[in-house]
Design a protein around this ligand. Structure first.
Ligand code: GLU
Length: 489
């Protein structure tokens, strides 16, 4: 049978790392088996859902390279793919459950339910609905209706039943029906709840495997009971583990960025994010940790998805991203760097000149080894841009400039930079070597003062990158500034 899987986000915010992982695992399984991957929207929470969030989630999936063959914006035979557009369908199934007695109208008010909750809590029991409206007579119903009460529809939980789920990740998980309490499947405004709508969607879309986050495991027995009551064929289930922070707590906003868009904005590469989230819970079969989407689709299987929680380790993401950055063409890296350099005020808005484009490429190339993600290009700007040189960073740096050879080194450097035909990496290497030769000085006595004179720092990118990228005028101006600082000292 053809594999049909789905990702069903609630469009109440951006796509989070956990959601992206669920989408990815579903996508990979569909790719691997030539199955169908569906994306639909669980938008029944009308207050919190928005089309904007839906759009953002879809854009984030596309950015990651996760494509769907059926669903929102793509279409297909089982649409519509938004729950709010499927209300008629849910109504039909609600009717069936009411007819068979597996569901009933409940007229309890918020206050009555709250009082019941508090009473149960006070007795040390799990709060749940105790079934007051389970067996209303026609007369009682009529009276409530006459009072103007709007009923919800509750599902009648069978007593004394054990529900066993054969989960692909967690193995056999058993739940007792007692204590669950009859739950609401349709609210008083006619909108279905998640546990009900998801069953109808999965069933009518012929979903064969439900792969989703562990937080939905406790919902699954309720869904199973609805399948059973309606006599619908059940999909298989796989619940993937929670994502924890490095301290072992559930990953939250406080641990840093949790939305995919945050990483996109920081200039991470989508292939790095995909690679990283694939490893959140899935163990590759060999030693290799680097996987493109295509390689993932070949290698992925639910058997290698771990039961234990996944750990979100930002250092690992940075390591993976740095790996992919080093492999990416410079043109692409320059495009990624551009918005960050604009934000830093280094480059103007609008069309760039060919020289400016070359400059970005040279810049990114010069600092690539030092970058984990592209937004960090801003941290190195002071080495490469501007006529002003920062003060020496430390006493040690200031000391370097006190050497007796320093003034002659700097004036020779100024001469050579001024007269160089072309200021590029090669010619700069020649200039620096020439100074050691002409003044008969060791490399250290030449390079370190030049470094401090031009950048204020004792460490940093290579001088033969800094000098051509700074450009002749800035280099000369920085030298002059340092010379007068020394003169005034
Ligand atoms: N809308 C649910 C969520 O965003 C998905 C539930 C499911 O996959 O069944 O977590």
């Amino acid at each position: 049978m053809e594999l049909r899987v789905r990702f069903a986000p609630s469009p109440t915010g951006p796509l989070h790392i956990g959601g992206a992982r669920s989408a990815l695992f579903n996508y990979l399984l569909a790719q691997k088996t030539d199955g169908t991957f569906i994306v639909r929207s669980e938008d029944t929470d009308r207050e919190r859902s928005s089309r904007e969030s839906e759009h953002n989630i879809l854009e984030a999936l596309r950015w990651l390279g996760i494509q769907w063959n059926e669903g929102i914006e793509v279409g297909g035979e089982h649409g519509p793919y938004r729950q709010t557009e499927r209300l008629e369908l849910y109504r039909k199934y609600t009717e069936r459950l009411l007819q068979s007695g597996d569901a009933y109208h409940c007229y309890c008010s918020e206050e009555e339910l709250e009082a019941e909750r508090q009473a149960l809590i006070a007795q040390g029991e799990t709060p749940r609905y105790l079934g007051k409206c389970r067996n209303l007579t026609t007369g009682e119903r009529a009276r409530y209706e006459a009072e103007g009460r709007k009923p919800v529809v509750r599902f009648r939980i069978p007593e004394g039943e054990q529900i066993v789920i054969h989960d692909h990740v967690r193995g056999e998980v058993a739940f007792e029906s007692d204590g669950m309490g009859d739950f609401v499947i349709v609210k008083s405004d006619g909108i279905p709840t998640y546990n009900f709508a998801v069953v109808i969607d999965d069933s009518t879309m012929n979903i064969t495997q439900v792969i989703r986050g562990e937080e939905h495991l406790s919902n699954t027995p309720r869904q199973v009971l609805i399948y059973q009551a309606l006599g619908l064929k059940m999909p298989e289930f796989a619940h993937i583990s929670l994502i924890l922070n490095t301290e072992g707590r559930k990953m939250s906003k406080r641990d840093g960025d949790t939305a995919v868009i945050d990483y996109q904005k920081k200039g991470y590469l989508p292939e790095a994010i995909v690679n990283f989230i694939a490893l959140l819970g899935w163990a590759p079969p060999g030693e290799d940790e680097f996987f493109t989407l295509d390689k993932l689709a070949e290698a992925f299987s639910l058997e290698r998805v771990s039961k234990s929680p996944a750990v979100f380790d930002l250092n690992k993401l940075n390591w993976i991203n740095a790996h992919y950055m080093k492999q990416a063409p410079l043109e692409r890296l320059a495009d990624l760097a551009l918005p960050h350099l604009r934000e830093a005020g280094v480059l103007p808005e609008g069309e760039l000149s060919p020289e400016q484009r070359e400059w970005i490429k040279g810049y990114v190339h010069a600092i690539l080894e030092r970058l984990d993600y592209m937004a960090q290009v801003r941290e190195f700007v002071h080495y490469f841009v501007g006529a002003e040189v920062p003060e020496p960073e430390s006493a040690a740096a200031a000391d370097v400039l006190r050497g007796e050879q320093v003034l002659s080194v700097l004036s020779l450097l100024a001469d050579k930079v001024e007269t160089a035909k072309d200021l590029n990496g090669e010619s700069t290497k020649g200039i620096l070597k020439g100074i050691t030769k002409d003044l008969k000085l060791s490399g250290k006595l030449v390079y370190m003062p030049i470094r401090v004179a031009l950048t204020g720092q004792m460490h940093g990118p290579e001088l033969y990158d800094i000098i051509p990228l700074l450009g002749r005028e800035n280099v000369l101006s920085r030298i002059k500034q340092t010379q007068s600082r020394i003169g005034n000292a």
